[in-house]
Write a protein that binds this ligand. Sequence first.
Ligand code: NAD
Length: 471
Amino acid sequence: MQQINQIYINGQFVTPHGDELFDLFNPTTAEPFGQVRLADEQDALEAIRAAKQAFPEFSHTTKATRIDYLKRMHAAVVSVETELTEAIIKEYGAPTTRAVWMARHAANVFLEMAQVLQDYEFTQSIGIAEVTLQPLGVAGLITPWNSNAGFICGKLAAALAAGCTAVIKPSEMSALQTSIVTRALHQAGLPAGVFNIVTGRGETVGAVLSTHPDIAKVSFTGSTAVGKHILRAGAETLKRITLELGGKSPVLILDDADFNTAIPIALQAGFMNSGQACIAGTRILVPEHRLAEVEALVIKEAATIRAGAPQDPNTRVGPMVSLKQWQRVQRYIQFGLEEGAHLLVGGPGLPDGIEAGWFVKPTVFSRVTNQMTIAREEIFGPVLSIITYKDEAEALAIANDTPYGLQAYILTSNAPKAHMLAARIDAGRVLINTLAHEPRAPFGGFKQSGIGREYGSFGLQAFLEPKSVLA
Ligand code: NAD
């Protein structure tokens, strides 16, 4: 059994004051493989103290110094890429190709932010004012389990580029990834206290970060429910808050699309990251008069999508991260059946031939209405809904009829029409005939998918406050 029993405060690995042991599971086998000793409130306070002490000097470092730090952090994470990939597979169950991408992404975000910083002007003249963008202070960074290493590195890169210092509270379920990233980042040799990493529970360490007066900024990625809680908790001290929350992204397949390519893209968008993706395209909107054709193509394509061991290169959908998550997804499949959706592919229980682990059958419901529970709530598993529309106006109305607004997909052969629709969809990002990622473009949600943006210069600005000096 692996034991992870240190946190990182003020440039040192220390034993937490907290003494709760939390089991770490391999979702592929459902067996525990280790334990992490969790930090508590006192550890969080120590970490905030260290970050506060480091802030005055760090906030006045030059751009060149911070670019150098970011490059060193990039190199440090690159050096553990293989180990990190293995940890992501073991602890999270991501299929190998996805895990490789995730580990590389965790390193790349430092380099991408170094480039943004290089080009960023912190001072500008406006009339008689000199306007300077100043780092906010100590940032609390809270990450989810579905991309823990990527969010630790992405949020930290932006905070440090801005000149903030940080206390990171990673997901308690991702302690193995966190320990590898922490060891690597320590090797980068930044000044003590500039970043601190305290793995603990949300209700303890997370709660301290969202209420403590010395935390100026919280950047949170996770569920909408916890995001709202953090916003309320931070209101007392008027924290600046970035929230990256859930989604229920529509995939608009227009009548003019080539369905032979559109359907595979739609299923890829829906089943990405084993369905445990905030940006997953979970509502597939198709022309009503083409439903039979769509259903036949979905059945054919879904037969090629294999759920199974993440180490198997043919696997497209890995296990759910936890038993709780598995049960949650099963519950939603049940809702779909009870509310009268037509089960096209998959269904309840384990995939055929699998006897252990938290695997779900990649599932597609058809003839779903946008009012059904499976179309309204974020499931966070490989369960997709096909919803029909009569015309494009109705497609647009259905796409926007959701409390969320993180991402949308448009599949069509008519580019001008796609751009016209993109302008009318309430989502932070719209992908037209692509599943690409643009790391320099802002990322974040409309409506209840969040507040603020990450990545690129927008992500950097989220850790800055403008100051006007008039003379
Ligand atoms: P979660 O909200 O349960 O937990 C996220 C983090 O918040 C964890 O570190 C957790 O310990 C912490 N937390 C829990 N309670 C807290 C509290 N009271 N105060 C402070 N922190 C607290 O989310 P999860 O289950 O880890 O991740 C899945 C969710 O994340 C999904 O809803 C998904 O859509 C969302 N997500 C969003 C994005 C995005 O960029 N928009 C990306 C990935 C995941």
